[in-house]
Design a protein around this ligand. Structure first.
Ligand code: FEO
Length: 401
């Protein structure tokens, strides 16, 4: 199948050769995508040619056409592997078959993973790099910045000292296909991408805040003119604005001093109580209060809202003497991602033996710098007039927390 060549020059001798998959319904077969995702790949076409990462198999035709479009009849000298996750490494063997003389560039861990994914490439020429090593291409020189656990152990950044471009692997990426424009400043980024960038960060990288902090410190010492991530648009303006978002997200600092109410509800009784609580919270706090049904809104969206907001109110029925499953999934994910620095308030419902609140509290208590509002709210089957004083006090405690 012939596809149109669709690469873009982004700097001297430097080209974006990626593409977007608008058909994928779930990233990593977990995270729902409303609007697809892009897979970015880059070429520096200097005296020596370097390809920086490949792409997902879903866009392989587009990617390979773009690569041929930039390289033409020339040869490929280096394939720099900043990240070995299959959404970026799937085409390594194909590229090697097209350019058998290519040297693969990566760190020691890169090549461990390469051998696991592509044992057939064990004899391919390799150049193992470490922190600060250089690769001369002619006019351009790449230096390498290790970024372990952002968000795989082998992840690294490549920095072009000539153009000031940081090839940042998954860091600074976002869900969402690339529209008509490759640079973030060609969009209203806040409207088009910010929520998806936060959801991407919180769910994919959120667990590794400390490691992101370490690499942000290294990046602060570099004169970065452009950031080229592996997903989403390229940053050439307002870098500080987006880096500040990463600063907040990676230090678990809420972006907004706002309240989010998340409930589970089998028949609507817990939902009704959560709605009443949200109305009272809005009135008492004067802040924005968002409400989500954990059975309807994907956990990854809820996680993203937890990353955005300072206070999280959870309403859960008791189910099988435990936590209602959609809420239990959220709580387990919060623990897996190690969220910090939030205020939680818990409300439980139970017709005969309410237990979900105690169980949620026990689980969240293990997280760092978490404030859990006391006492929790308990309702039996449904919210009644007699519960209103407790609900008012519950809301007051949340606002004052
Ligand atoms: Fe986009 Fe960690 O792969």
């Amino acid at each position: 199948m012939k596809v149109l060549i669709n690469f873009r020059q982004i700097a001297d001798e430097t080209f974006w050769i990626g593409g977007s998959d608008r058909r994928l319904s779930r990233f990593e077969n977990i995270f729902p995508l409303q609007d697809g995702v892009s897979y970015n790949s880059y070429v520096i076409n200097d005296e020596k040619t370097a390809l920086l990462d490949t792409a997902d198999i879903s866009i392989s035709d587009q990617f390979l056409e773009n690569l041929k479009g930039v390289i033409g009849e020339g040869k490929l000298d280096y394939l720099v592997i900043n990240h070995m996750e299959p959404d970026h490494c799937s085409q390594i063997a194909t590229v090697v078959s097209m350019f058998p003389e290519v040297t693969l560039v990566g760190n020691a861990k890169t090549f461990t993973f390469l051998s696991q994914f592509f044992p057939e490439l064990n004899e391919q020429a390799k150049c193992t790099v470490a922190e600060g090593d250089k690769l001369e291409l002619g006019k351009h020189t790449l230096t390498f910045v290790m970024a372990p656990m952002v968000h795989w152990p082998e992840a690294m950044f490549s920095f072009d000292t000539t153009t000031g471009i940081l090839f940042s692997a998954d860091a600074f990426g976002t869900f969402g296909a690339i529209d008509a424009g490759i640079f973030a400043d060609e969009y209203d980024f806040e409207k088009r991408f910010l929520d998806e960038a936060r959801r991407y960060y919180a769910n994919i990288v959120g667990k590794y805040g400390m490691q992101v902090q370490a690499v942000l410190k290294k990046a602060a010492a570099i004169d970065i003119k452009m950031i080229c991530p592996l997903h989403g648009p390229i940053w050439r303006k307002d870098l500080a604005w987006f880096i500040d978002k990463y600063q907040k997200w990676s230090t678990y600092t809420p972006e907004d001093d706002e309240i989010v109410v998340i409930y589970g509800s089998l028949y609507g009784h817990t939902e009704s109580a959560a709605q009443k609580a949200a109305d009272i919270l809005r009135e008492k706090s004067g802040k924005q209060v968002r409400i989500y049904d954990a059975s309807q809104t994907h956990t990854s969206e809820l996680i993203s809202e937890v990353w955005r907001c300072s206070k999280i109110v959870i309403f859960s029925p008791t189910y099988n003497n435990g936590i209602y499953i959609p809420i239990a999934n959220l709580v387990e994910d919060l623990i897996a991602l190690g969220v910090q620095k939030r205020t939680f308030a818990i409300a439980q419902n139970g017709s005969w033996a309410p237990a979900s609140g105690r169980l949620i509290t026990e689980k969240l208590s293990g997280l760092k710098e978490i404030n859990i509002v006391e006492p929790m709210l308990t309702i039996k089957s449904a919210l009644h007039e007699a519960d209103m004083a407790d609900l008012e006090a519950f809301a007051e405690a949340i606002v004052n927390a």
